[in-house]
Design a protein around this ligand. Structure first.
Ligand SMILES: Cc1cc2nc3c(=O)[nH]c(=O)nc-3n(C[C@H](O)[C@H](O)[C@H](O)COP(=O)(O)O)c2cc1C
Length: 386
């Protein structure tokens, strides 16, 4: 199968993934919260940003490489942490992390992945970023960080944009609860997707492995454990500013805070010793009333001019990556796109996506005469900026 012809865009991978996985799985990945207005704003605002094309530049090459937090990368993007990633396709976390390691780009492992850090250690290479939802118990925080470090995850991401559960109406309509409870509609959908179902059963029913591990320790300590509900409650930390300082003191590697949307918050975090700010609104999965993620980027860039910035939420192609970089991001992460890729094509998906994004970057840099990523800002049409 010629992937470049059959799946030239992320939308093609999404369409194929939708056919290959049960309805509740696709809805989990694809949905946002509320009326999904923020999600739509993320896309609309990105698409409004335009560059001047350039003519008669002669022969030239485009260089997509960059360095970020002391490491060199062939392209300025990677795979964002996605919880329950393993329900998207059997072995999704292993497939994605191995593809990222091979391509030399970062892979973010979620606290609520369906594997343990130990499972990815053999293949993650030098590309492991560990994402933490802060556990309520301080002793678990320290233990989690030690496990992440010992298993090769050198960069810590602390996600702070989930202070409360969000409504996720579409996900609920599809009957998906956490932990999952299988009903008749889900069973029928699973039977209609035998490749997904057989692979998933072979791999073992997906669950929040790391949280379960800590929940089991709590169970061993207390007879009242059942009042905590399920393993996911282990990470309902609802962190405050002091907690971030506590983690900063515990973690001696690069530390990013993810889910920042205001310049003043970015400034305060940088003052606390945070190495990089991750501008994100969780792709509209938390708060339908907030601004587009790309609209937050210029003010954060201005507030912390010398701090490395990561951007995500709504990126669906190489041109979107260029837009975020032109507005001040140093690195871009994609969550859904990588998971559409693995859902659509299994192991062949992530390498195809990485190539597609890079090709799209090069093609668009060529149109505007940008030789390096540093040339992008000067090509922006100012009145189209958010
Ligand atoms: C299904 C799903 C699960 C997610 N789970 C997590 C998570 O466990 N931790 C986290 O920090 N972000 C999580 N995110 C947010 C992603 O890290 C990232 O911010 C977002 O997907 C980027 O937007 P995009 O999907 O439009 O590329 C999740 C996103 C999706 C779509």
């Amino acid at each position: 199968m010629d992937l470049d012809t059959r799946f030239p865009a992320v939308s093609d991978l999404r369409a194929r993934a939708r056919k290959r996985v049960p309805h509740f799985v696709f809805e989990y990945l694809d949905s946002s919260t509320g009326r999904e207005a923020q999600s739509a704003r993320n896309r609309a605002r990105l698409q409004e940003i335009q560059f001047w094309p350039s003519i008669l530049e002669g022969k030239f090459d485009c260089d997509t490489s960059t360095s970020f937090l002391g490491r060199d990368y062939p392209v300025p993007f990677g795979c964002a942490p996605v919880g329950m990633s393993g329900i998207m396709w059997p072995r999704a976390e292993k497939i994605l992390s191995a593809a990222c390691a091979k391509a030399g780009i970062p892979y973010g492992m979620s606290t609520v992945a369906t594997v343990l850090p130990e499972t990815l250690a053999p293949t993650i290479g030098d590309q492991g970023w560990f994402q933490m939802y802060m556990p309520s118990k301080p002793e678990f925080r320290a233990d989690m960080l030690t496990r992440a470090k010992e298993n090769g995850f050198h960069t810590l991401i602390v996600t702070v944009d989930t202070p409360f559960e969000s409504s996720r109406e579409r996900q609920r309509r599809a009957n998906l609860t956490i932990p999952p409870k299988v009903n008749l509609a889900m069973l029928i959908s699973m039977m209609m997707h035998p490749a997904w179902t057989i692979g998933t059963l072979q791999e073992g029913i997906p669950s929040l492995k790391l949280c379960e591990d800590y929940a089991n320790r709590l169970k061993a300590q207390s007879k009242d454990y059942h009042s905590l509900g399920h393993a996911g409650h282990v990470i309902r930390g609802q962190p405050g500013w002091d907690d971030i300082q506590g983690l900063r003191d515990l973690w001696d590697g690069p530390m990013l805070v993810k889910g920042v949307q205001k310049g003043e918050d970015a400034k305060r975090l940088v003052g606390m010793g945070i190495d990089a700010i991750w501008v994100s609104n969780h792709s509209g999965r938390q708060f339908d009333g907030g601004p587009a993620s790309i609209s937050c980027l210029p003010a954060i860039r201005a507030a912390v001019p010398d701090t490395p910035l990561v951007f995500d939420s709504g990126v669906m192609g190489g041109l979107d990556i260029l837009r975020a970089l032109a507005l001040g991001a140093d690195f871009v992460m994609l969550g859904r796109a990588f998971h559409y890729a693995v859902g659509a094509l299994g192991e062949k998906g992530p390498p195809h996506l990485i190539k597609m994004l890079r090709d799209d970057m090069v093609s668009n840099m060529g149109q505007m005469g940008a030789r390096t990523l540093g040339d992008l800002s000067a090509r922006l049409i100012p009145e189209t900026m958010p």
